[in-house]
Write a protein that binds this ligand. Structure first.
Ligand code: NDP
Length: 454
């Protein structure tokens, strides 16, 4: 008779929890997976997937405009927001079924409800207790909205994905991934978009040239970025919202969306009671093995607030399962994790920013700004930015950054090169594919002088 009901209980069926549970069960573990909402988590229902589907939908606005330069007569076109949201929902339903089937086939026991730890081996769901040798927390995060008068009126990305109508005017607070991606979607589909940022520039953490290029491109498309600006209050009016910002201006809009970061979902699941140490934001503090301060309680994904990206959560789930259910101890290497912002144009980035690189290395910087071949005929006034940061002593490429359509697709390939420690000489020895934008990454010959002001 086994000591526990299960070998593993996972709380949270998002990207990390699903991967860990499925693999662990595949390796013979007896696994229960508890989820109170839909199986798939933030990525599938409130993040990456629905957002990207809306981004695809938004792209057609420019594709249609650009077609004229290639001889197409398009005529009057219109967009049906409701149809896009409905099509997106159909796809999410399909994905949810795929997740259920995958987990079922792997032998994972699904438990529907809210799991609360009652001790380090026991989880209670709707009054029913179950025990396991190991517990894995994968409950993700939730949008954080600062305390401001009228905060009850605002939406977050959760609601923005399901709006009944496209807002004529939307004010988005924040200048990070989510704010800018949604600004791009709404702007392309016809909304008047104001973005309010407290800092002087968008996308903190990205390379400065990237940040400037993105802001410039978004503004050129008609998105209004209000820099060093703070929202003071939001009031409901008869036909929308009145937003007061700290310069004394009043902005009248149909929706106010906050994209001011996300906080770990660690309340009300018994973590502190079970002795799990939490950090300042409420994140579960874990070691390289994803182990919390309690020996048999682990956590993966956004709830640990390390690198909050779906593929990172998936890989944390993978190394957890390999280590504890396949006798193959693995930790995740967090260096050179590529990321993307699906703005229009998009950002793809891997490795160090110029600023980060200069802190520890002598660097050469290669920078190219050019017009995409497509836009020679479309006439669109948009430029691609590509940037390489190279260590002067070792010739290793430390960072690759791109702003431009297909940036995320291109950078994914270069991330492999960086993982392999590629040098600039190896980039130069790589024969390009012509004609592509990507070939510029292997044909940048002259470093920009240090004194150049960009
Ligand atoms: P980010 O951390 O990217 O951006 C938060 C933004 O909100 C920043 O501009 C920040 O300003 C601002 N902000 C924070 N607090 C306040 C405040 N009190 N008042 C006003 N502004 C504030 O968070 P997001 O919500 O955009 O995204 C959350 C996470 O989700 C990301 O970090 C990313 O890991 C992940 N994500 C990844 C995506 C992708 O891979 N494509 C897409 C979407 C999300 P400041 O710069 O001044 O700090």
């Amino acid at each position: 008779m086994p000591k526990f009901d299960f070998d593993l209980i996972t709380i949270g069926a998002g990207s990390g929890g699903v991967r860990a549970s499925r693999l662990s069960a595949g390796y013979g573990g007896r696994v229960a997976l508890i989820e109170e909402s839909r199986v798939g988590g933030t990525c599938v229902f409130r993040g990456c997937v629905p957002k990207k589907l809306l981004v695809y939908g938004a792209h057609f606005a420019e594709h249609i405009e650009d077609a004229a330069g290639f001889g197409w007569t398009v005529g009057d076109v219109s967009h049906d927001w409701g149809a896009l949201v409905a099509a997106k929902d159909t796809e999410l339903d399909r994905l949810e079924k795929v997740y259920h089937r995958m987990l079922h086939d792997a032998g994972v026991s699904m438990v529907d409800g809210h799991g609360v730890l009652t001790d380090s081996n026991t989880v209670e769901v709707d009054g029913k207790s179950m025990t396991a040798e190991r517990i894995l927390i994968g409950v993700g995060g939730w949008p954080f909205i600062p305390e401001i008068p009228g905060r009850e009126h605002v939406i977050t990305s959760n609601e923005a994905l399901d709006l009944k109508e496209l807002p004529k005017r939307i004010l988005i607070v924040g200048g990070g991934y989510i704010a800018l991606e949604f600004a791009g979607i709404f702007n392309a589909l016809g909304s008047h978009v104001d973005v309010v940022i407290r800092a002087g520039s968008v996308l903190r953490g990205f390379d400065d040239d990237v940040r400037n290029a993105v802001a410039e491109a978004l503004e050129k498309k008609g998105i209004h970025i209000h820099r060093e600006c703070v929202v003071r209050s939001i009031e409901k009016t008869d036909n929308g919202f009145s937003v007061m910002v700290d310069r004394g201006e009043e902005m009248l809009v149909d929706q106010v969306m906050y994209a001011t970061g996300r906080a770990p979902n660690t309340k009300n699941i018994g973590l502190e009671e079970a002795g799990v140490n939490l950090g300042k934001k409420g994140e579960v503090i874990v070691d390289e093995w994803n182990r919390s301060s309690v020996e048999n309680i682990f956590a993966v994904g956004d709830v640990t607030d390390r690198v909050n990206l779906t593929p990172v959560a998936i890989n944390e789930g993978r190394v957890f399962a390999e280590t504890f259910f396949n006798d193959n101890p693995l930790t995740l290497d967090y260096e050179n994790i590529a990321s993307a912002v699906f703005t229009q144009p998009a950002v793809g980035s891997v490795g160090l920013t110029e600023e980060q690189a200069r802190e520890k290395h002598n660097v050469r910087v290669y920078l190219s700004r050019f017009k995409h071949m497509k836009h020679t005929l479309s006439g669109r006034d948009e430029r691609i930015l590509m940037k390489l940061i190279v260590d002067k002593e070792t010739d290793r490429v430390l960072g690759c950054h791109m702003v431009g359509d297909d940036g995320p697709e291109i950078i994914q390939g270069l991330a492999v090169a960086l993982k392999c420690g590629a040098t600039k000489a190896q980039f130069d020895a790589t024969v390009g594919i012509h004609p592509t934008a990507a070939e510029e990454f292997v044909t940048m010959r002259d470093a920009v002088p240090v004194s150049v002001s960009r």
